[in-house]
Design a binder for this molecule. Structure first.
Ligand code: FMN
Length: 174
């Protein structure tokens, strides 16, 4: 099903520091489990989330290259930490620090993915708003979405190289 097209309201939602938003997906990113905190923050019922693509909560401010990095990492069997701004059903947004991991069967085949999200600190968000806006602008400056994403990905790598850090190292240093 296509993502809902409710326009962003610009209003931010918050949730308690001691709660964790959890979801599980199959190998294609279709939601198979959403905990109550997820439902409460994103303003969906569990039945509206389970069976849907995880992009149901995608916010238009998120650069595509961040999701490419996420998928490249988890499909290779690795974990990733990422700051993500998500969109609730009513168009409000909420920032999360996500930890996404593959789930393996007994033969070490990936059978799905798991994400736990905590309330992030404020300072990294302010920095990342600028970084994400720059990446998004690069993506939009290309006619081809794929070329735009690759150019933005190259820019992200340039930022990391300048810091002499791997992506996870950078994220966890914020
Ligand atoms: C376990 C897991 C959790 C995810 N969590 C989110 C999330 O919180 N927000 C989001 O926008 N995308 C999330 N994604 C990525 C989406 O699958 C998708 O790649 C992203 O929303 C971009 O969608 P698009 O390709 O339609 O632009 C998650 C994927 C997985 C596997």
């Amino acid at each position: 099903m296509a993502r809902p097209t409710v326009p962003p309201t610009g209003r931010e939602r918050t949730w308690p520091d001691n709660k964790i938003i959890v979801s599980k997906t199959d190998k294609k990113g279709i939601i198979t489990y959403a905990n109550k905190v997820f439902c409460d923050v994103a303003l969906y019922n569990e039945s509206e989330l389970v069976g849907q693509n995880h992009n149901i909560i995608r916010h238009p401010d998120m650069p595509r290259c961040v999701f490419k990095l996420l998928w490249d990492t988890i499909e290779a069997g690795n974990e990733i930490f990422a700051y993500v701004v998500n969109q609730a059903k009513n168009g409000d947004h909420y920032w999360v620090l996500a930890h996404v991991t593959p789930t393996f069967d007994d033969n070490m085949n990936i059978i799905g993915y798991h994400s736990s999200r905590r309330v992030p600190r404020r300072e990294p968000i302010e920095l990342l708003k600028t970084v994400y806006a720059d990446l998004l602008a690069i993506e939009k400056s290309h006619e081809s979405p794929k070329q735009g994403m690759l150019a933005a990905e190259a820019k992200l790598m340039e930022i990391l190289n300048a810091k002499g850090m791997e992506y996870d190292e950078f994220i966890l240093s914020l």
